[in-house]
Design a protein around this ligand. Structure first.
Ligand code: UDP
Ligand code: MG
Length: 332
């Protein structure tokens, strides 16, 4: 990233009760970027109660490229990041933790890597400085699982420090705590993703905002994401499949009931045979599943059509070059 770089960076920093870290962090970001490229820093104060906002006001005054958003209350890191992404004016967006665990000195390298033809460069905290049992271990298992399920293998989904081409975030909507899954979400739209080892430092000031419960949220988010990815345009394939299985089970068990009544020796009366209940239950479930699938089909159409969201992503269109040709297939 030379002086002449045409990139403009938006550094997005979610802040929740990090007063002791802010000034030092701000200095580090400036030291890493000043004179290298044009950039803005967007701080999102996620409802801090430690007086951190006053400090952010001062930072805002200290330079022309500092922007600050203050949330009404604590909405969570994902919401803070989403707000920052939406405001960002740069061509490259780099989110970063406010607790100084990420090292701003890594930013130029990450951004340069984009030039090799990537849309997202994800940070990998190879030497992670967090407690093993509550952080590093769940995170390892989480990353493995996310990689398996989404098909996008990264060592460190949880690292906030990443570099995104702004366009790759444009269509991504974040819910729950889904900021961790952005690379997976983006790769389904065809974005090119790579990772790069970044520095990680122990937290010296302030306290971590997460406990073990995060692990469960990640797993639930993962289920949602898998479902959305595979079936959001064709839900009847999932529900219809399950319904089909139930129907098959129902037919088999129904045949067993008939066998025991008419062919077995001695015969078992239908009303004495527990398989009859199973037959009925599976049949009902099968119908329910298929109905649910049809309902979901309607929802999906509403979702895509109300937002004008196509079910594909176009990279490029090569149009007809001869100007005299009137397009014939366009409705008037
Ligand atoms: N954070 C936030 N809102 C929250 C929780 C966290 O903006 O509700 C910010 C926090 O200030 C920090 C970043 O998200 O900048 C990561 O938080 P933390 O360091 O606690 O997470 P960890 O590093 O332990 O994963
Ligand atoms: Mg941290």
């Amino acid at each position: 990233m030379g002086e002449s770089s045409d990139k403009q960076l938006s550094i997005v920093v979610p802040v929740f009760n990090e007063r002791e870290n802010l000034e030092a962090l701000h200095e580090e970001i400036r030291a890493a970027l000043d004179g290298r490229c044009r950039y803005e820093i967007i701080y999102i104060d996620d409802g801090s109660t430690d007086g951190g906002f006053e400090l952010l006001q001062r930072l805002h005054q200290s330079g022309p490229n500092v922007r600050v958003v203050r949330f009404r209350k604590n909405f969570g890191q994902t919401a803070a990041l989403a707000a920052g992404f939406r405001m960002a004016r740069g061509t490259v967006i780099v989110p970063l933790d406010a607790d100084r665990q990420n090292d701003p000195a890594d930013i130029p390298r990450l951004v340069e890597k984009l030039d090799e033809g990537y849309d997202i460069v994800s940070g990998w905290r190879k030497k992670r400085r967090d407690t093993f049992i509550t952080r590093t271990l769940p995170s390892r298992m989480g990353n493995w699982l996310i990689g398996k399920i989404t098909g996008v293998k990264l060592h460190d989904y949880g690292c906030t420090l990443k570099a995104y081409r702004a366009a790759s975030l444009k269509d991504i909507r974040l819910y729950g705590e889904m900021h961790r899954f952005i690379p997976a979400l983006a790769s389904w739209g065809g974005e090119r993703i790579t990772e790069m080892v970044v520095n990680h430092r122990p937290r010296t000031m302030g306290r971590t905002k997460y406990g073990l419960s995060r692990t469960f949220k990640v797993i639930l988010d993962l289920i949602t994401i898998k479902f959305l990815a595979s079936f959001s345009t064709k839900p009847i394939y999932v529900f219809g499949g399950l319904g089909g299985l139930c129907l098959l089970g129902s037919i088999l068990s129904g045949m067993a009931v008939l066998y025991y009544k008419y062919l077995a020796d001695p015969p078992i009366n239908m009303n004495r045979n527990p398989l009859l209940v199973l037959t009925m239950m599976l049949m009902t479930t099968a119908v329910q599943f298929i109905m649910l699938g049809l309902l979901a089909e309607i929802l999906v159409r509403t979702y895509h059509e109300s937002q004008g969201r196509p079910i594909y992503v176009v990279e490029q269109v090569l149009e007809a070059t001869s100007p005299s040709d009137e397009p014939t297939d366009r409705p008037t």
